[in-house]
Design a protein around this ligand. Structure first.
Ligand code: ADE
Length: 248
């Protein structure tokens, strides 16, 4: 997969893209990330990228010219490539959206800054708009990094086989079950016996139930759409009688 990022601050991407799993994915050529400095697409001597808003009001707005020219130059003839603007006004990012985007061979991410981008950028070149949540950060760069991370780990081969993404929180519509490793007892806190039993089927049932319990306590909204067996629905009904979801 190739991801092109249009940004005023390419150096912001250096840390997250040059360590660990994303670094290895690029070395293995499963992922190509190209950073493009929007300032390179200006044509005045000051390399201006923003200006004051028509109609007044505070803040600066990113001008349409450099952004649209950058998108057109980077996209080339591939008009079917999604051009995604990171903005708090977009559809909210989720594991499902990550899966959808991971199916494309190429994505173009456009990072907005300042008070926003001139509306004509949306009208002419943007095909999708994504928000990472209902809060405002200082620009699209950190949001783009979150998309890149969540999407890249879904590309086959990026995670080792033993790390498959299928059991992640959210991948199965539930939060993930609790994990334990050595030692068997730490500061009087034991590992649940069932995990030491060696009985794979019993462990699987326990993990599913703990995932359901955790989801009920912390994110009951997810249970509206999770796929549960008949027995799991009974388990949930019992939980609902005894355990209230955690506040907040
Ligand atoms: N830019 C500023 N806030 C944002 C958000 N919540 N999501 C994506 N891009 C943003």
């Amino acid at each position: 997969m190739q991801i092109d990022v249009l940004t005023l601050f390419p150096a912001m991407f250096e840390g997250p893209l040059t360590e660990s799993i994303l670094k290895r994915a690029q070395e293995k050529e499963l992922l190509t990330i190209r950073l493009h400095d929007i300032r390179g697409y200006t044509n005045d001597k000051h390399h201006s990228v923003d200006d004051t808003p028509y109609g007044g009001g505070g803040g600066m707005v990113m001008m349409p010219g450099p952004l649209i020219e950058a998108v057109e130059a980077v996209r080339g003839e591939e008009e079917q490539t999604p051009v995604i603007l990171l903005t708090p006004q977009g559809r909210v990012f989720s594991q499902k959206v990550a899966q959808e985007l991971a199916a494309h061979p190429r994505l173009i991410l456009v990072c907005g800054r300042y008070e926003g981008v001139d509306e004509r950028v949306r009208q002419s070149v943007v095909t999708d708009q994504i928000s990472i949540g209902d809060y405002v950060i200082t620009g699209g760069e950190l949001a783009a990094m979150i998309l890149i991370d969540a999407i890249s780990r879904l590309i086959p081969g990026v995670l080792g086989a033993r790390w498959a993404a299928e059991e992640d929180s959210h991948a199965m519509g539930l939060l993930e079950y609790p994990h334990y490793t050595r030692p068997p007892v730490f500061r009087d806190m034991p590992v649940p016996d069932v995990l030491l039993s060696g009985d794979h089927a019993v462990i699987q049932t326990w993990r599913r139930r703990e995932a359901i319990r955790r989801t009920w306590q912390r994110r009951p909204d997810l249970l509206l759409t999770a796929e549960l067996t008949e027995a799991e629905r009974w388990f949930l009904a019992e939980l609902a009688e005894t355990d209230a979801p955690l506040p907040g």
